[in-house]
Design a protein around this ligand. Sequence first.
Ligand code: APR
Ligand code: PHB
Length: 389
Amino acid sequence: MRTQVAIIGGGPSGLTLSQLLNKAGIATVVLERKSRDYVLSRIRAGILEWGAVELFRTAGAGARMDREGIVHDGTCLASDGRLFRVDFHAACGKQVMVYGQTEITRDLYDAQDAIGASVITEADNVELHDVTGDKPFVTYSKDGVTHRIDCDYIAGCDGFHGVSRPTIPASVRREFEKVYPFGWLGLLSRTPPVHEELIYARTERGFALASMRNPLLSRYYVQVPLTDTVEAWSDEAFWDEFRRRMPEAIADSLVTGPSIEKSIAPLRSFVSEPLRWGRLFLCGDAGHIVPPTGAKGLNLAASDVHYLFEALKAHYERKDDEGLDRYSEKALARIWQAMRFSWSVTMMMHRFPGQSDYETRMQVTDLAQLEQSETARKLFAENYTGLPY
Ligand code: APR
Ligand code: PHB
């Protein structure tokens, strides 16, 4: 088989890129290791920067998002039970949209079906070949048969555990990593959200976040030690702990219910440089991971895809390779900004093992500055709603 761009990974990065390229008349094949049902069962974050909203619209996958997504003009933060709000619209004129990543991925699969794009799921043993030559190709097996796809370029959109990044020799790669000594225990429940906006809460007991998917579906988190297991957390224990970390008035109005999903996610910051090697380009989680604190994971995937799509389009339409040559540098500049933001919010909001009183005062003072300084709110709002592409 031959295509123009072989895309490894059928998560949001790979599907969005495939959708945009197909709409621009550029042929793709997406290879996804798991089944579609499996991909659509993964629960991920749910905040879209406006740039991502516009990218999904351009990709022809925005109709349900525009019907069902909830626009938020601000977010709430709490420090030791004191609640305050950052008004994004007042601070920087921008907004975000609450719409689950799982829903976006479903919409992208539907959009790919509608245009007849080639998405091969349950593709095993994907391998990338001759990536630094002129004629790269990809092999995979399906139902015990090995197949080969010849292509011009390969987009590595296969997440943190994929094969694309390790294809780049270790001697070429430079990796930057910070692993945080805690995780987030998340619970999804069919209950009305406790507040109309998100609440990020810092307490002596640790961090908690009140989020949502829609008016009847809530997503809540509490910071837990990495040694905790989901089994050790009954729903009741979760609700008790969550209540203790929310400001009193919020805790009093919390509606609880049985969990639909409960999982623990570790927190990590990771960047691999460069994002290009020969004809291979890394996008999304394949190249970088952010802790969920700033909700940047999917949004960074969207900006990577935007840069790569524009670069491939310029190559095919005008034989202009500047975008491809500058992809890594451009994407990384924005990635590091989001790394810094999610790291700083993570540091400000969590209880670290062995944290000193001095460090606690620094967190409290950071939050006080955010509450009191228009300049600090503007910076936070610009970063949260998304820096320009
Ligand atoms: N071969 C084919 N597909 C693979 C392989 C492989 N060897 N390894 C992984 N994949 C698939 C995974 O099954 C997954 O569906 O690649 C896909 C990668 O999807 P994501 O992990 O969702 O990554 P990405 O599309 O970059 O989306 C970024 O997802 O993880 C969140 O926080 C992250 O919100 C961000 C977004
Ligand atoms: C979520 O809704 O899952 C969510 C929202 C905001 C975050 C992280 C996760 O910062």
